[in-house]
Design a protein around this ligand. Structure first.
Ligand SMILES: Nc1ncnc2c1ncn2[C@@H]1O[C@H](COP(=O)(O)OP(=O)(O)OP(=O)(O)O)[C@@H](O)[C@H]1O
Ligand SMILES: [Mg+2]
Length: 165
């Protein structure tokens, strides 16, 4: 939590590796990230962190299921396994009926749920979410929190920005 402009999103972007600190070091799993090459950083990003991007697929031609499958494509999983796993995660966020829809055909909260399914589908050790429940109604927000809580019980780390105590 913190006021607008405090640096919450910036910190998330550094932990999730799209962004780099201008000073200091960031160590992830005993490795100094600044010393890794781009390929190693991309692997770390894909395997260790799952980021809930708010503007996930604004201009994408992919449908919801394909979008959720993306991290699994990078991880080299077979098409059949990928499809099944993506469907399982879309079910967890109650979007199985919308899985063949494009971004333009989904509501804000539905897009947010696709983004959450995508961030969690490859069981990252750290999930990062910038106001993940901000666009959701109370019930859906609670479901998302249950998903994140279940991950925590598996020993995963959740880092999130929220303005809801
Ligand atoms: N790429 C950038 N280059 C320079 N300054 C930036 C950049 N991105 C963000 N900032 C500045 O860094 C500060 C922190 O921004 P950040 O987006 O992390 O805030 P935040 O805590 O997430 O705020 P909010 O609650 O409004 O989302 C702000 O003053 C912002 O203007
Ligand atoms: Mg922010």
């Amino acid at each position: 939590m913190g006021p607008s402009g405090a640096g919450k999103s910036t910190q998330m972007n550094m932990i999730g590796l799209p962004d780099h600190p201008t000073a200091g070091d960031y160590w992830l799993n005993d490795e100094n990230v600044e010393e890794l090459n781009e390929k190693e950083q991309a692997r770390g990003r894909n395997e260790e962190t799952g980021i809930v991007f708010q503007q996930l697929f604004l201009l994408s031609k992919l449908d919801a299921r394909q979008k959720v499958e993306e991290p699994l494509v990078y991880a080299g999983m077979s098409a059949k396994k990928r499809k099944a796993l993506a469907e399982q995660y879309l079910e967890k966020v109650e979007l199985e009926e919308r899985m063949h829809h494009l971004s333009s055909e989904l509501s804000g909260g539905q897009k947010q749920r696709v983004a959450i399914a995508r961030a969690l589908v490859n069981s990252p050790s750290i999930s990062l979410a910038d106001e993940p429940t901000g666009a959701l109604d109370t019930k859906t927000g609670e479901q998302i929190m249950e998903l994140l809580t279940a991950l925590k019980q598996e020993g995963k780390t959740n880092i999130m920005v929220t303005h809801e105590p």
